[in-house]
Design a protein around this ligand. Sequence first.
Ligand code: ADP
Ligand code: MG
Length: 337
Amino acid sequence: MVRLRLEDIEFKQADFRLDIPFLEAKPGEFLTLLGPSGCGKTTTLRIIAGFEKPDKGKIYFDDTVMNDVPPYERNIGIVFQDYALFPHMTVYDNISFGLKLRKLSKEEIKRRVSWALELVGLKGFEDRYPEQLSGGQQQRVALARALVIEPQLLLLDEPLSNLDAKIRERLRGEIKRIQKELGITTIYVTHDQEEAMAISDRIAVMSVGKIEQVGNPLDLYYNPKNEFVARFLGLSNILEVNAEEGKAYVGNLCFEVKTEGRVKIFFRPESVYIEEGDMGEIVDYELLPGRIRLKIDVEGKVIIAERFLDEIPFSIEKIPKKVGIKVKSFSILSSSP
Ligand code: ADP
Ligand code: MG
């Protein structure tokens, strides 16, 4: 189990500039880089793998500086979005390819391929060709090929993006199970926040060229440090208001903010509880499976609330014009976007 550390990384390519003062994946950790397309996730993986050289900064595996170690000596397993299997080779030959390069004995190769196929649930598929497999099965082969070399680090670049929703959910569960079973330090890249939340020990949220915040999924979700992180992880209520004597008001809603002046109050729709009352006006609503999402106008500010249907004090056949609101938890965002 290796500890991965990036320190003071700077990288420029055309108009793009990547800056990572510090990023660490602890031994055995599942760390996800989450961010919009073009923010530099793949570039970061390529720097870790050694396909790109940073202009500045150091890459450490434990206490060893890896900057001058070529990719094939870094002992990394990589899975890409597009499977990248050799089309003219069988599953067995695809998986054993890296082992043959490493000049392992035939028996050892056989033992390891069989182990890897079992791990990804593809025992018996040795003689198939990639075109005879579904997308999900091809990605399992790619995963087996990455793991069969017993890498010290596993890099996964949007491995599920080309798959259907159902397969995606199943495979992400399996990736997580396999990662925990092997205890292999893993860097996972995705632009899908739900996937990141479901699979990661910690998430690094990226905006163009930089890391905005690193933390465990729930902490990032409920305590984002700025508006970018808040909005990227899901539906947000962000109310910019003035606070006096430690209190900020939106209509009759009071937030104990313990500071003075302009503040950005943040909370998720599911932190808003609905009561009978006339604090706000329902301006719109949407029914979701088992839930209702309400837009409630409070003195000109629209608050989004989401509740299970059995938690609201009215029936959906009789949605009232006005309701009461209680916000059970909130946090304060930094003033920068
Ligand atoms: P992501 O994986 O988050 O979508 P990338 O790391 O692929 O982002 O890209 C980061 C930036 O670098 C983007 O602006 C992209 O257009 C640019 N870029 C990526 N690959 C190349 C390349 N081979 N040549 C020039 N620019 C590139
Ligand atoms: Mg990418």
